[in-house]
Design a protein. Structure first.
Length: 134
């Protein structure tokens, strides 16, 4: 289960970064089918945050927001995992309020400082104000 989850997430991240959203959506669907009935909240969150990103990129912000809400219970708020990075970035990007968006960026920065984990450059590009301070 872990290998399918992590491998699929890595593939989806690369496909999204390369602008291949359709392929990324297909990879997510394949992972969901392969893992159906075997995922705990953490594995589900890994897939949900990436699915939320795809929803946002496809102009479906309400569905993206719902997926982010569902994913939250599977995230470790004290660890800066790849899914937490995506979750925080998506919360910031989807926010209509600049102060709220900055709050999510600040939370990412604080977690990065506390854990010593830095978001990868391709993720950092989404939040330039926070990146300048990291």
């Amino acid at each position: 289960v872990l290998h399918v989850s992590l491998g699929s997430c890595g593939l989806v991240d690369v496909l999204i970064e390369e602008g291949l959203a359709t392929d990324a959506a297909g990879a997510l669907r394949s992972a969901e089918v392969a893992l159906r009935g075997r995922m705990d909240a953490r594995h589900s969150a890994r897939l949900q945050v990436r699915h939320a990103r795809l929803m946002r990129l496809n102009g479906r912000p309400a569905e993206a927001a719902l997926l982010l809400h569902q994913a939250e219970s599977g995230l470790d708020e004290e660890a800066l995992t790849p899914e937490m990075i995506i979750w925080l970035e998506e919360k910031a990007v989807q926010s209509d309020d600049p102060d709220e968006a900055l709050g999510w960026s600040d939370r990412l920065e604080e977690l990065s400082r506390r854990t010593g984990v830095h978001p990868p450059p391709w993720e950092r590009a989404l939040l330039p104000r926070a990146v300048e301070r990291l």
